[in-house]
Design a protein around this ligand. Structure first.
Ligand code: GDP
Length: 305
């Protein structure tokens, strides 16, 4: 976790350093406030949140009069935290339940998102975290369209000690998802993680398919969590994806991947607002250990440096 924090700080703290330097100028004239705005927009914080933040900073700086570096840091930290960390439940819901006829049900997590965002990798990393926590996990390779996806997931499964349920290539994703949950029930597994396909070019196809996966799985028991995986490096594109997926299924949490490769962590703010759903996990690298819970305070500290 310490290593992850360091990596987060490395990728993100240009923003906070830039803001602090600007706020520390003797004269905060209009040009400086514009530069502050540009800095925030450049980090993908988004137009409305940027305006709100700048307005609050202007008010507070005016009240402050003379500004010590420590006061400025505290002020900026407070205001960023208000934007980044609204009070939301950020734990991934992996608890199972009991069916009407007394059968133990695993927690079911659907992992959705556009191909290439890091869906399969995230599913594997999450399995690893759960197994390390003493939970038994079954993986469902419901991305039956990309030939390599099931192999990739199975490799993760073997590495972390989770069984992978897969179907024939080109088979019905919903039936693989169903089989995976069935397997989870018969093995009395704690959690079933289902990796789905994400081809955005046929939106109706995706809509039908994802909706069906969820409905079919729900015949066996509730889906506790639908995690949308977004690639932080794609900026506004990620928001467009988020909108499309939110029309298809009820997203309950966001995973923001590849934060190690961008200083544009401000997308956290936009996507939480857009969907009204918390960022729950962040990806900070390709390795097995590079998945971390999203902690607003640690994130803001990384921003400020
Ligand atoms: P999928 O098509 O959405 O299932 O995407 P994959 O899981 O196959 O990931 C696509 C690529 O992104 C792979 O090369 C992953 O190693 C890489 N990747 C996934 N998550 C992260 C991350 O948090 N940071 C970095 N740097 N790379 C990542």
């Amino acid at each position: 976790l310490v290593r992850l924090r360091a990596r987060l700080a490395r990728s993100q703290n240009a923003l906070g350093k830039g803001l602090l330097a600007l706020l520390s100028r003797d004269h905060l004239d209009e040009d400086t406030w514009e530069e502050i705005e540009d800095t925030l927009l450049g980090a993908d914080i988004g137009v409305a949140p940027t305006q709100e933040l700048v307005e609050r900073l202007r008010e507070r700086v005016a009240v402050l009069g003379t500004r010590t570096p420590e006061e400025l840091r505290t002020l900026l930290r407070d205001e960023l935290l208000t934007l980044v960390g609204p009070d939301m439940e950020r734990a991934v819901a992996t608890e199972g339940g009991v069916s009407a006829d007394g059968e133990e049900l695993p927690g079911v997590v659907l992992v959705v998102g556009v191909n290439g965002t890091g869906k399969t990798t995230t599913t594997g990393k999450l399995a690893r975290v759960l197994v390390a926590d003493g939970r038994s996990v079954v993986l469902g390779a419901a991305d039956t369209f990309r030939a390599a996806a099931a192999d990739q997931l199975q490799t993760w499964g073997e590495r972390v000690g989770a069984r992978t349920v897969r179907g024939p290539e080109g088979g019905d994703p919903a039936s693989v998802a169903y089989d995976a949950v069935k397997e989870g029930i018969s093995e009395v597994a704690d959690v079933v993680l289902i990796d789905t396909a994400g081809r955005l070019h046929t939106k109706t196809g995706l809509m039908d398919e994802l909706g069906k996966v969820k409905r079919v799985v729900e015949k066996l028991g509730p889906v506790g969590e639908v995690l949308l995986v977004l690639d932080a490096t794609t900026g506004q594109n990620g928001l467009v994806q988020a909108r499309v997926f939110a029309e298809v299924v009820d997203i309950t949490g966001i995973v923001l991947t590849k934060l190690d490769g961008t200083a544009k962590g401000g997308i956290v703010v936009q996507v939480q607002r857009e969907l009204g759903v918390p960022v729950k996990l962040v990806g900070l690298g390709e390795g097995a250990d590079d998945l971390a819970p999203f902690e607003p305070e640690a994130f803001v500290d990384a921003l400020i440096g």
